[in-house]
Ligand binder design. Structure first.
Ligand code: ATP
Ligand code: MG
Length: 338
């Protein structure tokens, strides 16, 4: 590596932007931007912008997630967000570092269109010499799966906005699928369950809070409950209700079934030799939504293939992206968009 050169792995997710340098996560901020509509000026990014969500007048300040379902929905905002975050980690003198001395490997969902891929690339080029890696490949590198060998390895990344499943061998993705649904859709499932069963409206943040504090994918020995307030669908007035772990399990099943169906499709497309490797080795599970209690257990039951949660489910994508920069000559052969 040249003197002063800097290598960054960037995992640009629907919910979080994570930057890894030297194997360490040096930035983790929500992928959220707040814009002053009148002055067309970015007023806040990351945690600060997320705190404004639902609390400021939408006529004056628009709070937006520039990525939706894992892909860039608002190109300019994504570009500004990356610029802001990279400047932030560079410190006061960082702005003087020439862009071509920063090498970036940025993740993107597997199987997106070339237009969608170009949007990520163009945004990343604003902050450095940018390369791209499909998320499952980055994650597999980040968890040290032996993807350089001819044997099959499978990883499932369950993020906030999308779920990706891929089988890899010889540093390449042999079969894969991206479902444009993730943890956010589990929140929606909980909110719609509450609306149907109790006639109460709750927002996504409350639904997520339920999922994080008492949620599970399979019934638990210890049933937890949470006392909450919702807005009555008819009267519009606040009303209290209690929600339990068992109800979360029931609410999220249909959304999880879509995830399993996607994984089944990938397994069906996988050559039999590789599929038998996967049955032996198991499926590696990563991403924030994979942290739902019992997710690995439910997947093992539903797919009949042993599934395990990796040690670094949140950071493996960014870690693998950074390491991917060292592997460019190998990856270039098999990842045509690099
Ligand atoms: N302990 C937990 N239990 C259940 N869900 C969790 C837990 N921790 C985080 N999540 C969920 O994980 C999701 C965020 O995951 P992650 O940070 O991997 O997403 P992302 O990388 O930003 O999105 P994507 O990769 O889909 O673009 C959110 O929906 C969040 O609610
Ligand atoms: Mg992600």
């Amino acid at each position: 590596m040249a003197l002063f050169q800097r290598d960054l792995g960037i995992d640009l997710g629907t919910m979080f932007t994570r930057i890894i340098e030297g194997g360490q996560m040096i930035l983790e901020e929500p992928t959220v931007v707040a814009v002053d509509i009148e002055e067309l000026k970015m007023v806040a990014v990351g945690h600060e912008a997320l705190n404004m969500m639902g609390r400021v007048s939408q006529d004056a300040i628009q709070v937006t997630r520039p990525l939706q379902s894992g892909v860039v929905a608002y190109y300019e905002l994504t570009e500004r967000l990356l610029e802001f975050q990279v400047k932030k980690i560079s410190g006061p003198l960082g702005g003087f570092r020439p862009k071509n001395l920063t090498r970036i490997m940025i993740t993107h969902p597997y199987g997106i269109t070339s237009v969608e891929r170009r949007a990520v690339h163009e945004a990343a080029l604003q902050v450095g010499d940018a390369f791209m890696l499909p998320t499952p490949l980055a994650a597999a590198i980040g968890v040290d799966l032996p993807i350089g060998t001819p044997s099959g390895n499978m990883i499932v990344c369950m993020g906030g906005g999308c779920t990706q499943a891929a089988v890899m061998a010889m540093n390449d993705i042999v079969s894969g699928e991206t479902l444009r649904q993730g943890g956010l859709q589990l929140d929606e499932a909980i909110a719609s369950y509450v609306r149907k069963k109790y006639g109460l409206i709750i927002g996504q943040p409350t639904a997520e809070q339920i999922k994080l504090s008492i949620g599970a994918a399979v019934p638990q020995d210890e049933e937890k409950s949470l006392d909450l307030q919702g807005q009555d669908q008819v009267s519009g007035l606040p009303r209290a209700f209690t929600f339990t772990t068992g109800e979360v399990v029931e609410a999220v099943q249909p959304a999880l079934e879509a995830v399993f169906e996607t994984i089944r499709q990938v397994l069906e497309k996988t050559p039999p030799e590789l599929a038998s490797d996967i049955i032996d080795r198991g499926i590696a599970l990563c991403g924030g939504a994979a942290l739902l209690r019992g997710m690995d257990k439910l997947m093992t039951q539903k797919l009949g293939v042993p599934t395990y949660l990796v040690d670094n489910p949140i950071t493996c994508m960014g870690e693998g992206a950074e390491r991917g920069l060292e592997m460019l000559p190998i990856l270039r052969r098999n990842v045509p968009q690099l």
